[in-house]
Design a binder for this molecule. Sequence first.
Ligand code: P5A
Length: 451
Amino acid sequence: MRLSRYFLPVLKETPSEAQIASHRLMLRAGMIKQATAGIYSWLPLGFKVLRKLENIVHEEQVRAGHVPMLMPTLQSADLWRESGRYDDYGAEMLRITDRHGRDMLYGPTNEELITDIFRSHVGSYKDLPLTLYHIQWKFRDEVRPRFGVMRGREFFMKDGYNFDLTKEDALHAYNRHMVSYLRTYERMGLQAIPMRADSGPIGGDDTHEFLVLAETGESEVFYDSAITDLKLGERVVDYDSRAECEAIVKEWTTPYARTDETHDEAKFNAIPEDRRRSRRGIEVGQIFYFGTKYSEPMGATVQGPDGKSVPVHMGSHGIGVSRLVGAIIEASHDDKGIIWPEGVTPFHAGIVNLKQGDAEADAACEALYASLTALGLEPLYDDRDERAGGKFATMDLIGLPWRITVGPRGLKNGVVELTSRRTGESEELPPEAAVEKLAQIYAGHVLRPAL
Ligand code: P5A
């Protein structure tokens, strides 16, 4: 993409309404614009990151054997009356009446809708196990929408639902989700710690939240620092293997890690003192096992091997995709701007032309642009007629992890400059070597055609 043809409305001023870094930086970097309280338009740069996160979520869900689909945002109130949640959900639910006087709602979550789909089409244990999921906008009329996309009213969520014959099968689904979530967050360059939590209006006994540690997080968390040393890394996981998934879950759930809702002072104090941590965290996902809470009242049953009809065991599993954009920025920024991890960066590298209009500099930038594009990488070429300082400030603000700076002086010696946004370190090298280095850095990342 050439910056002269893009839409990147960066702000010079720090918006006064933004209280935390991610909100400030998303507004300043032209990623979002508030439409009304807690509701945002995703401008091109923000949309690109959102799509990248969505793709990672899809890939990891499909890898775990879960089946993608798409449900609507608007739902009928009748289904929620069946489960008993229509009245329980309270003021957070946006209720709408259509022209025929029918009660509708903008879905805050989809347990009822998916259970209705299941009961309409599945009748035998032979069709189980089944996990369906979608990534769709949700609406919760939060009392205090704040921190930009972190606590929005309209937000983008991956929500998945497992249907199993027995509790043991459903607990395998729970474990599978935990493992796939760990991998998902790692691919985004994040450490998200699973913590025993409270189930709230979704229900059930077994639930873990995934928290990214950050001072601006809304949750208070307590954990054993040993958990922060754990990494899935390159491990290949067989998601059908109960033992393998269970072992990974055990590894992550053995060290103490809880939110304030389930915090147990005695257990916490049993951790060696130098490993006790009390911090704040951003909740970027939550998984639940709730048994037959929805299947029983809604009649989602299957015929078991003995011919008897039994309600299915269910759980639901959510990832806050739009919130993650903010969470990644909270975890990765400095006073100049955002620092995107390679796995989610909107563009792989920036090209800064120090002397736009200089025939040699222009040609070198064009050549770099073509070589990077041919490798499947997406460069953002700042081809505007602007001062170098302004171009650098924009690149730093929008946070592309790598920048190639091209100027007549370097070109005389046959070199360009490759700079890491994270470390600030630069090296001079021939343009082809800079391209080669970026190819190596991004090897192993999934590259997609430009959106
Ligand atoms: C699990 C999927 C559920 O709704 N039902 C379907 C279950 N879980 S949850 O914990 O309530 O939400 C899942 C994740 O969505 C994000 N989230 C939000 N993101 C932005 N703004 C909000 N107002 C908001 N509310 C929830 C969180 O990341 C949460 O973990």
